[in-house]
Design a protein around this ligand. Structure first.
Ligand code: ASP
Ligand code: MG
Length: 426
């Protein structure tokens, strides 16, 4: 039986040294029936998004330049890992993946979301191919699995949701096939439509969710997300001084934090773990001996009170009011949220008044245009771009840092509930 899922994100495999560090961690635990879910290396997903954009908008040269950059980045890592051996078979495997990617990039007449999944998914295919070869090279026996044979989904490209029955059917077989001492590796973030024909992605940063899907279907004991910070902190150390580690939080608290934008865990990750009582650990790959943060179902009243500060940038605040001055009633709300659902717009904070509904969401030009278009006839739609959503959990004890962060900022919306205080600011 597979017991533990280890998820390694982009930062943990961003260069050869990082991959060697991953190998050391895996080698140390290889007899604990672990299963690896790995993201694209470093910022590869961003780079591939740019490659695709260049291919679609400019065709020819710009796209080729951007793609060459991605190829050179991976080549450097490979040569460093495999002793500058230009003949190593991994070079051929990775080259074939780049050729496939090249072909898929030509299909610029296909819908954007579809082509996105067919191309950007190569980041994960390439990273796992390199890492599997490297682990074997270092005598850590490793089997490569194509996540597209296991994570089966609907055809909502760029935001696919698993078909749990099919997915479970495929993944549970891995427990029967499992050989103690052989580590499996698969890609985070990607899957395929149920008919197996088309590659999909689960949304940016979706690898955590992949780890949770495998853990749920395999009935694993725990998932460890290996990060470049010492566990789960109460704020992003890049933005706040004096952060503290949260040693233990509950599933529900983790969902709240992730929902408001704590980028440490993908928001969809917790549910599949909670449903099976699987423990989630957030551990530092830089200091693997440091105590991880633990997320599970046990309530620990003292520790939950630590205030957390969450900053989510790049928000668009829309304010919607009925043109005929009817109230912002259930009927109007239904029309608006149906449009949001259709456009895959997810509201991060919502406020209503007699004549207005305001909410903010992660900015996306296409979605904003779609929403304005869909509602134009019945509603007046106004918006402000480039805002920040600032959330304080357990704010009773938290004013000082919050005040400091709010200094000199314009507040567009403020809302509080018993344990959460939120501001949309600029
Ligand atoms: N590589 C994908 C991304 O950067 C998925 C992930 O890292 O979780 O969004
Ligand atoms: Mg990533």
């Amino acid at each position: 039986m597979i017991k533990k899922i280890y998820k390694f994100g982009g930062a943990s495999v961003k260069d050869a040294e990082a991959v060697r560090n991953l190998k050391n961690i895996v080698a140390q635990h290889k007899d604990e029936d672990i299963f690896l879910v790995v993201s694209a290396m470093g910022k590869t997903t961003n780079m591939l998004e740019k490659v695709l954009k260049d291919f679609r908008e400019h065709h020819g040269e710009l796209g080729i330049e951007a793609l060459t950059e991605v190829m050179e980045y991976h080549e450097k890592i490979i040569l460093d890992l495999f002793d500058q051996n230009h003949e190593h078979p991994v070079i051929e495997s990775v080259s074939s993946l780049f050729i496939e990617l090249w072909e898929k990039l030509q299909q610029t007449d296909l819908p954007y979301d579809y082509q996105y999944d067919q191309t950007v998914s190569y980041g994960e295919l390439i990273s796992t191919t390199i890492i599997q070869e490297y682990l074997n090279h270092c005598d850590v026996p490793c089997r490569w699995l194509d996540a597209r044979k296991y994570v089966l989904t609907d055809d909502r490209f760029r935001a696919a949701s698993p078909d749990w029955d099919e997915t479970r059917l495929r993944i549970t077989k891995l427990n029967d096939e499992h050989i103690h001492g052989i580590v499996c590796i698969t890609q985070g973030f990607i899957g395929a439509t149920v008919d197996g024909k088309h590659t999909v992605t689960l949304g940016r940063e979706g690898s955590d969710y992949t780890a949770a899907i495998f853990a749920n279907c395999l009935d694993a004991e725990e998932v460890t997300i290996w990060k470049d910070v010492d566990g789960l902190l109460n704020a992003d150390p890049k933005r706040f001084d004096d952060t503290v580690q949260l040693p233990h939080i509950t599933y529900s608290e983790a969902i709240e934090l992730a929902f408001y934008g704590a980028s440490i865990i993908h928001p969809k990750t917790i549910k599949p773990l909670q449903n099976k009582g699987i423990t989630l650990k957030v551990q530092s790959f830089l200091h693997p001996d440091h105590e991880p943060s633990v997320i599970d179902g046990k309530t620990d009243r003292n520790i939950e009170k630590v205030p957390s500060y969450i900053v989510k940038d790049n928000q668009t605040l829309v304010s919607i009011s009925p043109r005929d001055y009817s109230f912002m009633n259930e009927h109007n709300l239904r029309l608006i949220f149906a449009a949001c659902d259709e456009l895959n717009i997810h509201a991060n904070v919502i406020q209503t008044s007699a004549l207005m509904l305001s909410f903010c969401f992660d900015h996306d030009d296409q979605k904003l245009k779609g929403l304005a278009g869909a509602l134009r006839e019945t509603f007046q739609v106004k918006y402000n771009k480039g805002l920040t959503l600032f959330t304080i959990r357990h704010y009773d004890n938290a004013y000082t840092i919050g005040d400091h962060f709010l200094e000199g900022k314009k507040v567009y919306l403020k809302q509080s509930s018993r344990s959460t205080l939120q501001f949309v600011i600029n």
